[in-house]
Design a protein. Structure first.
Length: 194
């Protein structure tokens, strides 16, 4: 019979998320992770597998807690308001990021995904989910008259995704409200149904 774990798996996984998020995948060692998580290396391997497997679990946990939560909360909000609230939350999250960690998903897209087919697919899948959310909002906004029909919904959804990625990358070096809000304002002007 397997021995019960002597730690809260979710709590230590959250510590792994914080470790990867603040230092990146390459810069953190298994020893660093075990120390941050407050467990022994053998327990880390037994519970999560190797470093790469732990990173995948950490990324999945992060995505569920951030992206998944945001998309779910905004799903029932009127489309134009959902988009406005989405970007307002992203800007606030970016401005309140004292360590300038950015977004673990975007960090993974830049650091890990270019060199790892599995992570490229994982990141691309999450980005497709975000784009699909934007597309649903734009399509519904076009139907209710709150978003312009001068541009195809799919093009506007892709624009919104690109702006999101730009905000998250820029905020790591220039977390300035005027800059970040200035990026979003013209996008919403383009969405206006004038």
């Amino acid at each position: 019979m397997a021995r019960p774990r002597g730690f809260d798996e979710t709590a230590v996984l959250e510590k792994a998320v914080q470790c990867f998020w603040s230092r990146g995948y390459e810069a953190v060692s298994v020893r660093d992770l075990a120390a941050e998580m407050g467990i022994k290396g053998a327990s880390l391997y037994n519970a999560f597998g190797d470093k790469r497997s732990l990173y995948r679990r950490a990324l999945d946990h992060y995505v569920a807690q951030t992206v998944g939560d945001r998309l779910q909360r905004l799903a029932g909000v009127p489309p134009r308001e959902a988009l406005e609230r989405f970007y307002a939350e992203i800007i606030e999250r970016s401005l309140n990021d004292a360590e300038r960690k950015g977004c673990l998903l975007v960090n993974s897209a830049l650091e890990v995904a270019p060199h790892d087919d599995e992570f490229r697919e994982v990141v691309a899948g999450v980005l497709k989910d975000i784009e699909a959310f934007f597309l649903r909002c734009v399509t519904a906004g076009q139907a209710d008259g709150s978003i312009t029909t001068r541009q195809p919904a799919a093009d506007l959804a892709r624009l919104l995704l690109g702006v999101l990625m730009g905000i998250r990358v820029l905020a790591r070096t220039r977390p300035d409200r005027e800059l970040l809000e200035g990026i979003v304002k013209p996008v919403f002007f383009l969405l206006d149904n004038l």
